[in-house]
Design a protein around this ligand. Sequence first.
Ligand SMILES: *Cc1c(COP(=O)(O)O)cnc(C)c1O
Length: 387
Amino acid sequence: MSNTKIIHSIPIDELTGAISVPIYQTSTFVQEAPGVNKGFDYARTNNPTRATLEKVIAQLEEGAVGVAFGSGLAAIDAVVKLLQSGDEILAVDDIYGGAFRLFTQVYEKFGVTVNYVDSTNAENVFNAITPNTKLIWIESPTNPTLKVSDIAAIAKIAKASGCLLCVDNTFASPVLQKPLSLGADIVIHSATKYLGGHSDLIAGLVVTKEQALGAKIKFLQNASGAILAPFDSWLVIRGIETLGLRVKQHCLNAQQVAEYLQTLPQVDNVFYPGLPTHPNHEIAKQQAKGFGGIISFTLKDDTEEAAIAFVTSTRLFKLAESLGGVKSLLCHPATMTHKSIPVEKRQAAGVADSLIRLSVGLEEAEDLIEDIAFAIKQTKVASFQNA
Ligand SMILES: *Cc1c(COP(=O)(O)O)cnc(C)c1O
């Protein structure tokens, strides 16, 4: 999507001409008579600022309906609530830790079960479908090992099997990838990441391809109540204005950092879909306009100690969970974002003890590379001292 389209998907206020979307900080709306109103009655049900964001994200993802939630997990939660007891989810094995926790620790007790599959091979997905599978859940690229799945191929399988396909598009953003146009039924976002883009809010979005499915999500938003506040809706809208520019620069920086990491003797594997050595490079190139700002890598010294020495030695990359902001961040998934995943499952999904995830920000790439060079030297010293 062009910057022009992104920027002009955000409407001018019809009432006043305000170029910035007004923040309707109100809980209720005065009615002329019971049920006679201007399209708004109570702000959990609908709020004009949130409604604008919902229209914008639907346009960006080329879907029928957008629905905004108080977090990415609340968005995921709403999609799972489409299911019933006895239904199964088939999910990518390298799934976001919070989604794994929600599926297993909240929904299993209500009789919704989950099977995991390496969805980088669409045939695996086909083979793992059971008569009870109602929802296929993929992330592409995944978190944190940056696996890429063939969305169009999996969408065909989902359709043929009567399952919904939901794609967590957080890492790619609609600038790089449009899962609904590739055949998915639902897209979710943690708008906390690239859409917000400034590490200053928590928000989630759902977009459906079809109107009827969107109405069900909209019903769940009101019935369960995990709405996004007007001010945070406004912040996401403001973030979206620069999404195209930011994502482009994230991609340029990440490509340079990934190529540099590959030259380091202390580094073992570098996971970045933009590298020709990445096993899913071809499909990533085909279905997305760029490879994103997230890189992960392992150290030759595959110990937690070495990884922790690295992540505590950088000066520009700040140690924090989350990603997608203007400042570069890094984290150690095994002890941070993926701590709630059992160790065998975590390692089987490729989250090694020394795996480090970078969210490459918008600083100068050469400065980020210098920062990594410094930290890797410190890591060598630390692991030598431990030995
Ligand atoms: C962060 C994240 C989520 C959860 O979003 P929150 O806004 O933190 O609730 C879901 N999926 C992916 C891929 C994420 O990175």
